[in-house]
Design a protein around this ligand. Structure first.
Ligand code: AKG
Ligand code: FE2
Length: 338
């Protein structure tokens, strides 16, 4: 692991993780072998799957394990890390037209995702999201093509923090590419990069609780007060040199005219300076949902069975803290607590 000695003291400072880690063929084979030990199905027995994935993670090759653990500790400049070159099932089914069946969850690739995810924390499902599946199919759905949902395609998916409105938001969103699309760019923009592009006065304002949020439409049917406006929250919080960020272009608004203008500036800055990653088959993108906001470009699906096919999962650092909000399976956040 790369580290440096700070000049002023003897303390070792670990460097930010680089955003791309490519596994070679031998490492990919080792990861596949370790993954194949997992027997539980992620969506049928999510807790068994999670426990088996954690156990299997101890057999991951040392180098990839160290890199992902470093990302979990100190993060990366871009707020994402991509592990590239994982094995993808040769007999992969056609890309479905909706996320109902959870086909991606049945792949060896999903098991590889599960292992890597358990270096970051624990995988959890959300009852109100993606049919409550632990590993969801994220595919272009012709009926949702122009919506602000993950299954949209023909419009840009606007900048957001995953579940910005929820106390139980995931710490990481993981996107595993079974199939890619060369025009679909996943965007990320870290708090570090935002701060570097704002004045000190703006950064100070962004640390004040001046932004409120409504609740995502798809979660509203499940919760007691669907029209609640939550907050106000600050957009930035946490350490000055490692800020945490909370943004949603669609759901959040400033509680003053000035705060509203500042939110618009954050979005403009994101558009100008964001990082973009085109997911290719065998990529696992891990997004640090505290350290970076994200979105996705528009793209043109063909709906021919060969479209972009992403297996998506969510990770929390400490599942124990969520136990009062979890269903009996102790893996799924109850919709009512969204
Ligand atoms: O499609 C993508 O690359 C990202 C979609 C997204 O925002 C998500 O899955 O949370
Ligand atoms: Fe998202």
């Amino acid at each position: 692991m790369r580290s440096a000695r700070s000049k002023e003291s003897d303390i070792t400072v670990h460097e930010l993780q680089s955003s791309l880690f490519t596994v070679d063929a031998a490492m990919a084979a080792e990861i596949r072998t370790a993954a194949e030990r997992i027997t539980a199905h992620p969506n049928e027995n999510p807790d068994d799957f999670g426990r088996q994935a954690l156990a299997a993670a101890f057999s991951l090759p040392e180098e990839v394990r160290a890199a992902v653990l470093n990302f979990a500790e100190v993060g990366s400049e871009a707020g994402i890390m991509v592990v590239r070159g994982l094995y993808v099932d040769e007999d992969l089914t056609d890309t479905p037209l909706n996320n109902k069946s959870g086909l991606g969850a049945g792949t060896v690739f999903a098991k590889e995702m599960g292992m890597l995810a358990h270096l970051l924390g624990s995988m959890v499902a959300y009852e109100a999201e993606g049919n409550g599946h632990l590993i969801q199919d994220m595919v272009p759905n012709p009926k949702l093509a122009v919506t602000q949902q993950s299954q949209g395609s023909k419009v840009e998916l606007e900048a957001h923090t995953e579940q910005c409105f929820s106390d139980f938001k995931p710490d990481y969103v993981i996107l595993g590419a079974l199939r890619g699309d060369e025009n679909a760019k996943t965007y990320a923009f870290s708090g570090r990069k935002l701060v570097a592009n704002m004045t000190p006065e703006e950064v100070a304002k962004l640390r004040q609780p001046l932004w409120a949020t409504t609740i995502d439409e798809s979660f509203q049917p499940y919760i007691p007060n669907p029209d609640d406006v939550r907050g106000p929250f600050p957009i930035l919080r946490g350490p000055e040199d490692d800020p945490y960020i909370l943004v949603d272009q669609d759901l959040m608004h400033g509680i003053t005219a000035e705060a509203q203008r500042l939110l618009a500036k954050v979005v403009e800055t994101y558009i100008e300076h964001r990082d973009a990653h085109v997911l290719q088959p065998g990529d696992l993108l891990m997004l640090d949902n505290l350290r970076a906001m994200h979105g996705r470009s528009m793209y043109e699906p063909r709906f021919d069975g060969k479209d972009r096919f992403i297996a998506r999962g969510f990770v929390v650092r400490d599942r124990r803290k969520l136990w009062p909000q979890l269903l009996d399976d102790r893996r799924t956040l109850a919709a009512v607590h969204s």
